[in-house]
Design a protein around this ligand. Sequence first.
Ligand code: ZN
Length: 393
Amino acid sequence: MFRATNNIVLATALIGSLPRPHWFTESLGTRSFMQAMVDSRYREQYTDTVAVYVKDQEAAGLDILTDGDAHFDAEVGGQSWTSYPPIHMDGFSKGTPKPAVIRTGAVAFPMGHILHDYLEARVMPQIVGPIGPGDLHYAAMWKTAQRMTTRPVKFGTITPEILAVACDDVYYKDPLERLAALSSAINTELHELADAGCTVIQLEEPQIHMTPVRGPLFGKLGMKELVSVFDATVRGLRAKTEVWCHTCWGNPSQQRMFREIQSYKPALEYLNEVDADVLTFESCSSHRMDLEAIGKQITKKKIAIGVIDHHSLQVERPDEVADHIRQALKHIPAERLIITSDCGMGREGMSRRHARYKMISLVLGTNIVRQELGLPVAECLAADERYSLVKRS
Ligand SMILES: [Zn+2]
């Protein structure tokens, strides 16, 4: 159900992660979040980080905020997105994690490619017993951010199929059993998060759109089956909260994962069926190529279009953002359009200032179109000339 974007036309949001402050030197490591929050130094650095993320997004004027994925450690290529759940869920080995075997079918990055480091950084615990949510503590993290702002804070998580591919497993006989167990555990955790009051939950990267590129998951699961995996992971959630399904073409180390720009077209009819309120699409870095097809085929949900490129340090100008939104509006009605970044900006390589000015541009560009449509504009303190320190003649 729409609990965060209801009553907002052209709502604005980031996808999730933000660049880590250089002074956030503490790491969560293998500690649980609640345990680390007992450590006064970690607690101070973590909460201060979330506070600056929240403040930067508010000053930019975003409608829906994130906690910047502040619980992720500074791992190579943003590997924490994948490694956080295995390190903290039940069913995984404790102690020293081991390098995972990279499965056939994963995108191949040869030695000498920057993302080869990302593969080397896949050092994670093995599955050795029945999987459960364990110490994911998503509700506690969300509360830590939500108590700093009255705007809705979106909380995101990786999808089970990525974990099922990434982790070594000596317990489940079949990868589909492993996948079902991960999906069920994440569902349990997300219900706790929704029950805690989180008004918008995001599932990050179901592999539906990747299937035409990479082939069926485990050689068995096509797009239709992956829709069922998504639906099982969010089962029951939409009765409680707003569910977003985020898709993009990758962002480790802020890199593109494919040489050619990929199209969503073969996957759109399947994505239209997922049990979500909002679908997000990368559009800026794919040069808006799928806007028409997305508008035609995604008929059952709100559509979030990425107008900010997470791969590039070049800050998009507000007029470019406005032009992108106008083009999207030719195919998607304003009532069903949400404006976002393509993906998270915090997986290594971008500075906080780049991310800050990208989010300001996102709001200023949206405001241009809001004005044209006679809609209320968002206050953007970060671009208010009254507070400029520059003396002009
Ligand atoms: Zn993404």
